[in-house]
Write a protein that binds this ligand. Structure first.
Ligand code: HEC
Length: 148
């Protein structure tokens, strides 16, 4: 009989780290792409991303997403997170979402049940700051198909 593997926890930690890193890199790539596309305001003081820019919000929102949303909505925001199969209805495919900023803000803050949808979408208003919610909304809007 094989002894229980002592490398397993390390492997799990490494995988979690990879996931977080991928999300961060994706966020940065998206932010860089957005920065390149937009005729962004003059960059004073050499900052990579001006704090109040959409690009910076999308980058910060990607980190919020990687911490709070990825288990259900997935690394590709397509609704196929690791825990997705535990939920019925399944987590939404955020890439295909046609919802606007206000709607996303509302469902993130108050949860699905408060707006007549599934309680499987938790409320995050107590957990996240207003800035984090604004940022994660910006992130979701940056990956979904609804036009500005
Ligand atoms: C525990 C699993 C779970 C987590 C974690 C979770 N969600 Fe959800 N989410 C759901 C489910 C399930 C639905 C679908 C609800 C329904 O169909 O009524 C949903 C729906 C949504 C929708 C609606 C999309 C649309 O087009 O209608 C948005 C936006 C959303 N989630 C964003 C987020 C964000 C942002 C986070 C992280 C802050 C998050 N979710 C975390 C399970 C989750």
């Amino acid at each position: 009989m094989r002894a229980p593997s002592i490398v397993a926890p390390g492997r799990i930690r490494r995988r979690a780290w990879h996931t977080a890193l991928r999300a961060a890199v994706t966020g940065l790539a998206l932010a860089a792409a957005a920065a390149g596309a937009a005729d962004s305001p003059a960059r004073t003081d050499g900052a990579l991303l001006p704090r109040d820019s959409t690009e910076a919000a999308v980058f910060r929102g990607g980190l919020v997403y990687a911490n709070y949303c990825v288990t259900c909505h997935g690394i590709n925001a397509d609704g196929n997170g690791r825990a997705a199969r535990l939920h019925n209805p399944r987590p939404s495919n955020l890439r295909a979402s046609d919802k606007n900023d206000n709607y996303i803000n509302l469902i993130v803050r108050r949860g699905g049940e408060a707006i007549g949808r599934s309680p499987r979408m938790p409320p995050w208003g107590e957990e996240l700051t207003d800035e984090q919610i604004g940022d994660v909304v910006a992130f979701v809007r940056s990956v979904n198909m609804r036009q500005p």
